[in-house]
Design a protein around this ligand. Structure first.
Ligand code: SF4
Length: 383
């Protein structure tokens, strides 16, 4: 298992280098995909190498002056990576408009790299509006044509179905890992789980599927020790692994999450039997009913209700919210979550994360206190 995780970690530590090597080997174009709503399946079906663009650990230097300081670290990292030439190996970027800050970043990329094709597609934000299905079908059909024009390869219905099948298989593997961890059957750390999901975002799917098979062959049996807690939030990019380590080193262990680089990314499949555009449309429009996202709107299906249910179903004893600093969509929803958890008496802790170095010692004290309080409360309720 460790060997498989080590190979995943290599890809995760330098995803664009991994993609460049794959491009050299296969001659396939590399398409950078922006989170969180565009299906990489279509780019895969077009014969491209899709890679979900990650935040990178480098300090933000040259990109600092191109976007506002109050943009989230992910946006600032994108511009920094662009200006450092990290995107030079990309043949195109697939952009959505899921938050205002990303729109600004798209403009910077367009201005700095006018030669880099940007497939900018606007997915509707009100997922249960009467016109949403029609609009979404139109967007995915347009994207289909744009990808064909970009790669010079016709995307057949069969190729799209094959890609959906492959992606579904990989998602199902990761969900199985989640189920085993939640059941207490394996002791997989939050860092390892993040490596699994993040590498799935950037690696060749067939290679990742084979590595997952290797992981299943050598899983450490559980149960994990510590207070079960649930992690929520962190849109668009992965929290620093050091934060996950810190949380688990304070006596907690993660039994579930709705992080984008986590459950949110793999939680649902597309219908393999449906017309592919229809399958993608349904997958997209049903998103908020399955795992509410603060960048999309749907009547009902509140995030706080979802989280309270997940706390119960995973038997977590507390909630840790990881919020990307300056992430407006998440900030708008936080008060609702806080009120609902206060009203229900479920312990919760907000941690604001930054791209730049964070004072981990101070954070450790906060997490230790939280784990102690939540642990005492859990002991009282089970006594
Ligand atoms: S983390 Fe939040 S602010 Fe940053 S790009 Fe994503 S949704 Fe926008």
């Amino acid at each position: 298992m460790r060997d498989c995780l080590a190979r995943m970690e290599v890809a995760v530590s330098a995803p664009l280098t991994y993609a460049a090597r794959l491009k050299e080997k296969t001659g396939r174009p590399v398409i950078g995909i922006l989170p969180m709503h565009f299906p990489a399946e279509l780019a895969h079906a077009a014969g491209a190498i899709p890679t979900l663009i990650q935040d990178d650990p480098e300090p933000i230097t040259v990109g600092q002056s191109s976007v506002f300081n109050f943009y989230c670290g992910y946006n600032r990292s994108l511009t920094d990576q662009l200006l450092r030439g990290a995107f030079d190996g990309l043949d195109a970027i697939l952009f959505g408009d899921h938050c205002v800050q990303l729109l600004g970043t798209a403009d910077v990329i367009r201005a700095e790299r006018p030669d880099l094709p940007i497939l900018f597609n606007q997915l509707c934000t009100t997922l249960d509006a009467g016109w949403a299905a029609r609009e979404t079908r139109g967007t995915f059909s347009q994207l289909w044509q744009e990808l064909e024009a970009l790669t010079g390869q016709r995307i057949t219905t069969e190729a799209a179905r094959d890609s959906i099948r492959i992606y579904n298989h990989n998602r199902a593997q990761i969900r199985e890992l989640y189920a085993l961890r939640q059941a207490g059957a394996i002791a997989l750390s939050a860092r390892d789980m993040q490596t699994v999901v993040k590498s799935s975002m950037v690696m060749d799917k067939s290679e990742h599927i084979a590595l997952m098979d290797g992981i299943f062959a050598g899983l450490p049996s559980g149960p994990a020790q510590g207070l079960p807690i649930y992690l929520s939030g962190h849109m668009c990019h992965a929290p620093k692994p050091a934060i996950l380590d810190l949380i688990e080193s304070c006596g907690a262990h993660v039994v579930g999450d709705d992080l984008f680089t986590g459950w949110r990314y793999i939680h649902a499949d597309m219908d393999e039997s449906a017309d592919p555009v229809e399958a993608m449309t349904r997958w997209y429009l049903d998103k908020n009913r399955r795992v509410p996202c603060p960048t999309r709107a749907t009547r009902g299906g509140d995030w706080e209700t979802y989280l309270l249910e997940r706390i119960e179903s995973t038997r977590a004893r507390g909630l840790i919210i990881l919020m990307v600093k300056f992430c407006e969509p998440h900030m708008y929803f936080y008060p609702e979550i806080k009120d609902a958890f206060d009203a229900r008496g479920v312990p919760h802790l907000l941690i604001e994360t930054e791209h730049d170095d964070m004072p981990l010692e101070a954070l450790k004290t906060r997490v230790e206190t939280f784990v102690e309080v939540a642990g005492r409360k859990a002991a009282l309720t089970t006594a």
